[in-house]
Design a protein around this ligand. Structure first.
Ligand code: CS2
Length: 479
């Protein structure tokens, strides 16, 4: 079968929405690191809209780790389909990418980052891709950072690349690009900006000061539930398009991208493309991380213990759905300060409804991996604040205990754990004895806030929940 490309675009069925611009006419104004499914389903769909009125903002897709996606995009002239799955299915052909850079093509990345026409650098490299320590600052002992400080011309980390690009621009007198971190971390832009400045400070304090003073790293909130592309989706896309599409993505219809105001003279009109620009993104970010991602991770770990496979399955289990609702309303919302224009209760209701979307098969395993990176922003910050404020912490302990049970089950079952701490987690999961020794060993990891670990009430709640989850009636942990 032929594949999606510029040549086959005109022959797609009428049901497929087309780009509002000529895909051959776009130029490169954005460099994106990590062109995985979430980027293609989210940021690139906004940029595709923007290109309808301004062809300068095509995206150069840079992959630092694997060539598969950039090669698939290149073979299709950058075209791919975005299917939205709700009560009705929608499909749209996207043409937002103008260049495709494989791992190892360092000279091309250097050229792109130095190009005065490139004004934005965006990234979705997942939480662990930023090489941050548990306190959120750059981990100078991370092997990728050690490598990049020793060989600054051939970085392997996003932080190394950002600083290499900014150093070249400063040396050439070119205005800096702005950096939009699009991963699910609290204060994502501020953290990445501080990481870049700290990296630069190791060898050039003047550059570090320039980065801190001149380069915009706005915080962002990104949201759209995007299950990984699987064989079933590739087949569905083929059916809807009549051609093959190896870069097809699927997501829910809902999408939101909120960015803190930043100055970029001559930069893209993102708000015209549906992005919400705001003075205070922190309230949105925190609400989204704690309510949506916190509930997601809770459903993933507890759902796994109860034998569910997808988020919709987990929400179809009345006892688990009721627990998620109580967790969100009684434990998570009280940790969020009221914010202008944000009705937290309505937001929570809408999020839980989105989880029920029967048209989406979002595997719990996709959410469960990288727990050591996700738990802090999603659940532990909430819990530690509840502890400090004297609010109950017992229910918030249940998903953490379920994560512990998940790690043990994976390790004992011989499944390779996906997590930057994989080898330590696997060793603990394989060798720990009773629930108390499993909990003790995992709570010694530095991802847990010290004050929380020292709180006897929380520790006892984690242990009680773990014993129930690993016992004959895991539902009893939801009581
Ligand atoms: C999910 C998120 O995989 C995960 O951990 O919780 O990717 C979630 O689907 C998105 O943040 C929704 O915007």
């Amino acid at each position: 079968m032929t594949r999606l490309s510029r040549a086959t675009l005109a022959a797609l069925p009428d049901s497929v929405a087309r780009p509002g611009h000529d895909p051959a006419a776009i130029r490169t104004g954005i460099v994106h690191f990590g062109p995985g499914a979430f980027h293609r389903a989210h940021q690139a769909s906004y940029i595709d809209t923007l290109l309808g009125s301004d062809p300068r903002w095509g995206i150069a897709a840079v992959s630092l780790r694997s060539a598969g996606t950039v090669d698939a995009l290149a073979r299709q002239d950058g075209l791919y389909s975005l299917t939205t799955l709700d009560r009705e299915t929608g499909i749209r052909a996207i043409a937002a990418h103008s260049a495709f850079v494989r791992p190892g093509e360092d000279a091309r990345v250097h050229r792109l980052l130095a190009d005065p026409d490139v004004r934005l650098l965006t990234s979705t490299v997942t939480e662990k891709g930023y090489c941050l320590a548990p306190d959120g600052t750059l981990d100078l002992s991370h092997p990728d950072i050690v490598h990049d400080l020793a060989d600054r011309a051939a970085p392997v980390s996003i932080v190394g690349w950002i600083v290499a690009g900014l150093a070249a621009r400063r040396a050439a007198g070119t205005a800096p690009f702005a950096v939009l971190c699009c991963d699910n971390m609290n204060g994502n832009g501020a953290r990445l900006g501080a990481a870049a400045a700290l990296f630069a400070r190791q060898f050039d304090p003047g550059l570090a000061d320039w980065i801190a003073g001149e380069v915009a790293f706005p915080n962002t909130m990104v949201d759209s539930i995007t299950p990984a592309t699987d064989a079933a989706h590739l087949a569905r896309a083929r059916g809807l398009l009549g051609v093959d599409d190896a870069a097809a993505v699927q997501r829910e219809g809902f999408t939101q991208w909120v960015i803190e105001h930043f100055d970029l003279p001559g930069g893209p009109d993102l708000s015209g493309a549906g992005v919400q620009m705001t003075g205070d993104v922190a309230a949105y970010e925190k609400a989204k991380l704690r309510i949506l991602n916190g509930a997601h991770s809770s459903l993933a770990y507890i759902g796994f213990a109860l034998g569910h496979d997808s988020v919709a399955d987990a929400m179809g289990d009345p006892r688990l759905a009721a627990f998620a609702e109580r967790l969100v309303r009684s434990d998570i919302i009280p940790s969020l300060a009221p914010a202008a224009g944000l009705d937290l209760s309505a937001y929570a209701g809408a999020v839980l409804d989105r989880f029920r979307n029967p048209a989406i098969r979002h595997r719990l395993s996709q959410i469960a991996w990288d727990g050591s990176q996700k738990l802090p922003y999603r659940l532990l910050d909430t819990t530690d604040e509840a502890r400090a404020a004297g609010r109950p912490v017992a229910r918030l302990a249940v998903p953490v205990a379920a994560w512990m049970a998940f790690i043990r089950r994976m390790a004992r079952g011989g499944t390779a754990i996906v997590d930057p701490l994989a080898s330590r987690l696997a060793a603990i999961g394989r060798t720990a004895g009773d629930a108390a020794s499993l909990a003790d060993a995992l709570l010694a990891l530095d991802l847990f806030p010290r004050a929380l670990v020292a709180d006897p009430a929380w520790r006892a709640a984690v242990l009680a929940a773990l014993e129930r989850i690993e016992g004959p009636d895991p539902y009893s942990a939801l009581a």
